[in-house]
Design a protein around this ligand. Structure first.
Ligand code: G3H
Ligand code: 13P
Ligand code: NA
Ligand code: ZN
Length: 328
């Protein structure tokens, strides 16, 4: 059944687990996420970005989400809009049947220019008022995603602030977080702790100076009843990186957020963990390998099935590590 984010995360807080929120753009990703959840009885958050809407079309996305609850009726599913740029975007998603929206007011509507606290607070509070009137949950974001190594959002192709950010912008302040939650009424709060979107997060396996899990603890201590959200939480699996490069790909050396660090975050109030890149890497690696090893194949179902299997295994690992198994 479709449920709101608030319902699901309240349950997660009560039982001390975190839910991976996987980005979806196509049927294979939905199959993988739902298949993995069904195999270990885990709750599901499917999230769609503006890029997903452009890729699949709003109507196809809506029917994919609907199909997931028809095919797997025993699994609770949150359909979440990732990184809404404005109240208008959030309203469109509510009309499409999403049960949760993210108003990302940490950036202006261009999704590149860092916004003031006042702007963020104002747009987010407006979205909360509108969404709650419709029974839809709201995630806000305070602080800007970006690397503490370089001060930049990192990703070439879009999502993230442009230019160099200060340390203050890259780490959410616990006191300001408390004020933000009180003034906006958000159901969940995305925080900045040194993670960034995409595959190139860290140039070395991260230590506490570049991945600030301690900051999660400080925020959770200040606002223990607020569900925290970690973005940019792909682990950038080294085995898939290797498969991609072994079969004709060209990705540089890079490191993600270790699963153990996410689990530490979950012990301190993190309830939603956003993951996109890991599924992209698993499917790309699986397709490259399948086609290299089966050069005569020309049936896309064969290589897409390899991608689905690879993504499903990764999803299952995350459900188990984050404590979701058996919680549906
Ligand atoms: O927010 C970033 C997510 O990974 C979505 O990426 O905008 O390319 O769909 P996308
Ligand atoms: P990754 O790029 O680390 O998978 O992050 C995804 C994300 O935060 C989507 O909002
Ligand atoms: Na989100
Ligand atoms: Zn994100």
């Amino acid at each position: 059944a479709l449920v709101s984010l608030r319902q699901m995360l309240d349950h997660a807080a009560e039982h001390g687990y975190g839910v991976p929120a996987f980005n979806v753009n196509n049927m294979e990703q939905v199959h993988a996420i739902m298949g993995a959840a069904a195999s270990c009885d885990a709750p599901v958050i499917l999230q769609a970005s503006a890029g997903a809407r452009t890729y699949a079309g709003a109507s196809f996305l809506r029917h994919l989400m609907q199909a997931s609850v028809e095919q797997w009726p025993s699994i609770p599913v949150v359909v979440h809009q990732d990184h809404g740029a404005s109240p208008a975007v959030c309203l469109q998603s509510i009309q499409q049947g999403f049960t949760s929206v993210m108003m990302d007011g940490s950036l202006h509507e261009d999704m590149k220019t860092p916004a003031s606290y006042e702007y963020n607070c104002d747009v987010t509070a407006r979205v909360v008022e509108m969404s709650h009137a419709c029974g839809v949950s709201v995630e806000g974001e305070l602080g800007c995603l970006g690397s503490l190594e370089t001060g930049t959002a990192g990703e070439e192709d879009g999502s993230g602030a442009e230019g160099v950010l200060s340390h203050d912008q890259l780490l959410t302040d616990p006191e300001e977080a408390a004020m933000f939650v009180r003034q906006t009424g958000v159901d969940a709060l995305a925080i900045a702790i040194g993670t960034s979107h995409g595959a190139y997060k860290f140039t070395r396996p991260p230590t506490g100076d570049i991945l600030a899990i301690e900051r999660v603890k400080a925020i959770h201590e200040r606002i223990p009843d607020t569900h925290l959200v970690m973005h940019g939480s792909s682990s950038v699996p080294q085995d898939w990186l290797q498969v991609i490069n072994e079969f004709g790909g060209d990705m540089g050396e890079t490191y993600g957020v270790p699963v153990d660090e996410i689990v530490e975050g979950i012990r301190h109030g993190v309830r939603k963990v956003n993951i996109d890149t890991d599924l992209r890497m698993a499917s790309t690696g699986a397709v490259r390998r399948f086609l290299a090893q089966n050069p005569s194949n020309f049936d896309p179902r064969k290589f897409l099935q390899a991608a689905t299997k690879a993504m499903e295994a990764l999803c299952k690992e995350r459900y188990e590590a984050f404590g979701c198994a058996g919680m549906a």
